[in-house]
Write a protein that binds this ligand. Structure first.
Ligand code: IVH
Length: 720
């Protein structure tokens, strides 16, 4: 149907057309927001809205009550509802070499103070390359299924999970009342090949690998699509359980079998590192023949009581290790080297490659690490590889392991084209032209442009909105770049606070984001909703988002847990006095002492935090941000009903029943903080034989002192 141009419309035609547009736009809103099945492109949708607006501008008296221009917008519906995991879904620590397995076993023994002659049973099983899923059963019936998400909150995929044959709706045997079974959803290789053939036939793009196919099939709004996709499930772990039905990893997996789950037949109980390594190589040899993708072998301490004692470090259990298979390699040609400027000004060379498929994924970029890596000589003058430097035009060996960015591991010098020249690493920043300097002993060359370098500023904002920081959907890499370089003051985002004032600035402006290419009206609405959802944010995410040097996710969480609220943390950062140059790290005022005594935070991290708050520009940026955003008090991750929750404990002297590391981990598990030195803030000192100055100080300050047995009794951890 050809449409009459707006300026040609009669009034009667305009009435009809406005009605039609109101209905059609409402229908597309519904398809997009609720069904997640848009029928038209964002650009076509925008054209409809623009036409509606143009007619309304010509005939203002005809504007309908239900006009799309009057509606604030359909409710923003997220694809899936969210489910908070009763017990977080964790990731695994990785190992790559046989030596890492020896170290793992040794570490466990040390932590548990197990003598070398005591056996230590550890299970070994394939690491399935799929996506993890948590299934909750109440009284034997499946009540919910959720993806891992960020480990704390996942997506509710219950309806889809019910279509998967390996997932029982009702359990057999006598399962505990509440049982969360966790495991891996995956797609078999043959099913994957058949699915891709169907995709291509239907004119759809094929999936890159079975894992993507499994993820895409599970996360479908239409569960009949999931049902048609041949997904399978191996059960290997658990979350909340009302009463554990077994005392070992192996025993639990045997129970899963009895309840009706499929478990992996290659799981084996081993008794030492050598046994684990043997089983690893056996599985590795079978890898090609298996009908599913695996990317390594997972080791787990068998005894659940020991698992419990070992606990967690950050997001991975101390009692498990993923021993990954070696990365896959391929040969291709290096076409170009680009220099990227990071958040801290680091100049990072990126290789642009002739596209090549490695392990099922097409690779076009690879990291070249730094200047020395290209030259092939490290900062001490030692060669990095036998084949010398890397030049544009070289034939290179690239390697890809899991999801990490591929790297160039070597070149084939005999294939170097005549005339290839050594790569001249720039000494100025490609983004702002400032000097790029390498400091003594550093491998990285950094742009000195600091606050004037646009590349650094863009990267800081990218970091701020990234998944583990503010996690603002709709502000992807390209959009950040767009907003940063936008000239119009109602569109620019040059600092974090600008993100939160965008909507207000837009409302007062004639330049409408929704009229700009690449922004549909719906996507703008979604963006505003995503921004508003982050006006209240966990303190740890807030801190991580600031991009303070050395304050990654883990340290942000440590600081947040210690100070609990933002005001306390900022006050401490402002009041801390570092030791003078030449003084020892244990000097400085009391606030500084408290900071460096936080478990895992030393002088370097503490110094970076204090420096950050000492910089007036940062304080200014923070001030505008805090006018828009409220950091929430950090929730402590553990049961607060323990008698030591929220207390600060110091362990001193030699402990008999546990190592010092275990003692600290145990305190944290019961909601307490472990500190290294005694101060007025210490709530309790646990002293073993030989305790000296810390014990005396505790006595002086009148702090409660108990022995190790009393500690176990206090937290109720004595073996029954
Ligand atoms: S155990 C607390 N066992 O690997 C530990 N994980 O890198 C829970 N995975 O998110 C995980 N096969 O999706 C475990 N046999 C296996 C596994 C496995 C694959 C995945 C899982 C997890 C990831 C961690």
């Amino acid at each position: 149907m050809t449409k009459t141009a707006v300026d040609q419309l009669s009034e009667a035609q305009a009435v009809k057309e406005l009605k039609r547009l109101a209905e059609e736009i409402a229908r597309h809103d519904h398809l997009y927001n609720t069904e997640d099945k848009p029928e038209i492109t964002d650009a076509d949708y925008d054209a409809l809205r623009r036409r509606n607006l143009a007619i309304e501008q010509r005939f203002p008296h005809l504007v309908r009550d239900d006009s799309p221009s009057r509606k604030v917008g359909a409710p923003v519906s997220e694809k899936f509802a969210k489910i908070r995991h009763a017990v977080p879904m964790l990731s695994l620590d990785n190992g790559f070499e046989d030596q890492d397995v020896e170290d793992f076993a040794e570490r466990l023994r040390r932590f548990l103070r197990l003598p070398a002659d005591k056996p230590l049973d550890i299970t070994a099983e394939p690491k399935i390359d799929g996506l993890s899923l948590s299934l909750r059963y109440e009284k034997g019936r499946l009540v919910s299924a959720s993806t891992r998400g960020d480990g704390m909150v996942g997506e509710d995929v219950t309806v889809n999970a019910r279509t998967i044959a390996d997932i029982p709706q009702v359990l057999s045997g006598s399962p505990p009342d509440v049982l969360e079974v966790r495991g891996e959803i995956y797609m078999g290789r043959r099913d994957f090949a058949a699915l891709n053939a169907r995709q291509v036939e239907a004119g759809n793009p094929p999936f890159a690998n079975p894992r993507n196919a499994a993820a895409g099939s599970l996360r479908q709004l239409d569960s009949s699509i999931t049902a048609s996709r041949a997904l399978r499930f191996f059960a290997y772990a658990w979350g909340e359980v009302s009463a554990l039905p077994a005392r070992s990893q192996m025993g639990m997996v045997e129970c899963f079998d009895k309840y009706g789950f499929t478990t992996n037949p290659l799981m084996k109980l081993c008794h030492d590192a050598a046994g684990l390594i043997r089983h690893y190589h056996k599985i590795e040899a079978m890898r090609a023949e298996l009908d599913y993708d695996i990317d390594g072998v997972v080791y787990k301490i068998n005894d659940l009581a020991l698992q419990n004692r070992l606990g967690f470090v950050s997001r991975s259990p101390r009692w498990a290790l993923a021993h990954k298979f070696p990365a896959e390699q391929a040969i291709t040609i290096l076409r170009q080297i680009d220099i990227q400027v990071g958040r801290t000004g680091a100049l990072t060379p990126v290789a642009r490659l002739e596209p090549i498929t490695v392990g099922g994924a097409v690779v076009t970029n690879a990291t070249l690490h730094n200047e020395d890596y290209i030259r092939g000589v490290d900062s001490a003058g030692a060669p990095i590889r036998d084949s010398g430097d890397i030049r544009i035009g070289d034939t290179v060996i690239i390697q890809r392991a899991g999801d990490v960015i591929p790297q160039i591991v070597d070149i084939l010098p005999e294939k170097r084209p005549a005339g290839a020249v050594p790569y001249p690493f720039p000494h100025t920043c490609p983004a702002c032209g400032s000097h790029a300097v390498r400091e003594e002993g550093e491998a990285v060359r950094r742009c000195m442009g600091g606050l004037v370098c646009p590349a650094q500023a863009v990267e800081r904002i990218r970091h701020f909105v990234s998944r583990n920081a503010f996690d603002i959907e709709g502000l992807g890499e390209e959009r950040v770049e767009f907003f940063f370089s936008a000239e119009d003051p109602s569109v620019t985002i040059r600092s974090p606070a600008d993100i939160f004032t965008l909507q207000k600035r837009q409302e007062q402006s004639l330049t409408k984001l929704e009229n700009i290419d690449g922004f549909g009206a719906t996507s703008v609405k979604k963006l505003y909703a995503a921004i508003d959802a982050r006006r209240r944010i966990a303190l740890s995410r807030f801190l991580f988002g600031l991009g303070i040097r050395h304050v990654g996710e883990v340290n942000a969480r440590r600081l947040a847990r210690h100070y609990v609220n933002y005001t306390a943390l900022a006050a401490a950062a402002g009041a801390a006095r570092m030791p003078e140059a030449g003084e020892k790290a244990d000097k400085g005022n009391e606030v500084w002492q408290e900071l460096i005594n936080i478990e895992g935070i030393g002088g370097i991290v503490a110094g970076a935090v204090v420096d950050f708050y000492a910089e007036p520009h940062n304080v200014e940026v923070l001030g505008s941000l805090l006018a828009e955003v409220t950091p929430l008090d950090e929730e402590l991750p553990v049961a607060t009903d323990s008698p030591v929750a929220g207390k600060t404990i110091v362990f001193t002297g030699s402990l008999q029943r546990m190592s010092r590391d275990e003692a600290k981990a145990m305190a944290e598990r019961y909601g307490a903080r472990a500190a290294g030195s005694v101060s007025a803030k210490t709530s309790l000192v646990v002293a073993g034989p030989g305790a000296g100055s810390k014990l005396n100080k505790a006595r002086e300050l009148g702090i409660e002192i108990i022995d190790e047995d009393a500690w176990f009794a206090l937290v109720g951890a004595d073996e029954k």
